[in-house]
Design a protein around this ligand. Structure first.
Ligand code: AMP
Length: 307
């Protein structure tokens, strides 16, 4: 079975949307990536850190999804990373209210020995030095390295971020962050500039407006499925990344054509994530539901024009 190595935050989130508010619930980039990638036939492991305030039941949930958690360090007396966000009425934009790094501030990641030869590495949102350190520990060059990041790291660790961006094959980033990173308003120009920074493939996520993948001068677009109820977009980007990297790891095919399928898988899984607060929907989602919605995706985008 192919191996997917995931690095990212495992966190507490407090979320407020126009539909409600939660106190500290399970969150974190690696959590969403791991839950999403668990829908594929592969071996996965998370490298992260939490404090001893982190409930065992959350770790048990990850284990129950066949995710190897031996790379999640538990710091005695430490506090888990905490993030709080407030969504605006359109649910496409949000304000970060609080980012408390806590145990993440001094985190030295340790890749489990049996994942040092992973086929695909998904560098989820986390300090770019931690992302680099994970790459430094690998003993075999992965078939694909995917990186996700956010404006927070562009604001506080840009040189380190640019260093790790140079080392990856694919970057997934949202539209506003692509503009910030490149200094270009046009997403076509932004993607070209980001490709010059290193990654041959640039995925730009546009929330309810879908996702684009750029490679050289080619571009492919996947819409987001129009949903009746969107409750909480938290984690949608990470769920997308988990679907993208999980599908590639399972299929072992890193051609651009297969990456288009990976974008569809990522969008499909992300469409579930937003239907409930936090990780709730992803925890109970079944493979059958995923397959049915994939068919809806196909119908949404298929047309028959003769050219
Ligand atoms: P997304 O909605 O996909 O952008 O991801 C939301 C998740 O990212 C939340 O569960 C947060 O815990 C996590 N998160 C928020 N800020 C950061 C940050 N600066 N670094 C790493 N993870 C973060």
């Amino acid at each position: 079975m192919n191996k997917l190595l995931i690095v990212g935050t495992v966190a507490f989130d407090a979320i407020e949307t126009p539909f409600g508010k939660t106190d500290k619930i399970l969150g974190g980039a690696a959590t969403y990536i791991g839950l999403s990638a668990s829908f594929f036939n592969l071996q996965s492991a998370i490298v992260s850190v939490v404090g001893d305030d982190f409930p065992q039941e959350h770790l048990d949930l990850l284990t129950s999804k066949n995710i190897d958690i031996s790379g999640i360090e538990i710091v005695k007396g430490g506090k888990t990373f905490f993030w709080s966000g407030l969504y605006h009425n359109d649910l496409n934009s949000r304000d970060t209210l609080v980012t408390e790094l806590n145990v993440l501030a001094d985190f030295q990641p340790k890749v489990p020995q049996n994942f040092k030869d992973s086929d695909v590495v998904m560098l989820g949102n986390l300090h770019p030095l931690v992302q680099s350190s994970v790459l430094d520990q690998l003993e075999k060059k992965p078939k694909l390295v995917v990186l996700d990041t956010m404006n927070f790291w562009m604001d506080c660790a840009l040189p380190e971020l640019l260093d790790v961006i140079k080392r990856v094959d694919v970057i997934t980033i949202n539209d506003e962050e692509a503009r910030q990173l490149s200094g270009e308003y046009s997403l076509v120009k932004a993607a070209a500039k980001i490709q010059d920074m290193g990654p041959k493939y640039v995925v730009i996520k546009k929330g309810e407006h879908g996702a684009l993948i750029f490679h050289n001068r080619e571009v492919f677009f996947a819409p987001a499925l129009p949903l009746e109820d969107v409750f909480d977009p938290t984690g949608a980007g990470d769920t997308f990344a988990g679907g993208f990297s999980g599908f590639i790891a399972q299929s072992e095919n890193i051609s651009f054509n297969n990456m288009k399928n990976a974008v569809i898988y990522g969008s499909n899984l992300a469409s579930f994530c937003v239907e409930k607060f936090g990780t709730e929907r992803m925890e109970t989602l079944s493979k059958a539901e995923v397959a049915i919605r994939l068919q809806q995706f196909k119908s949404l985008t298929q047309f028959d024009i003769e050219i």
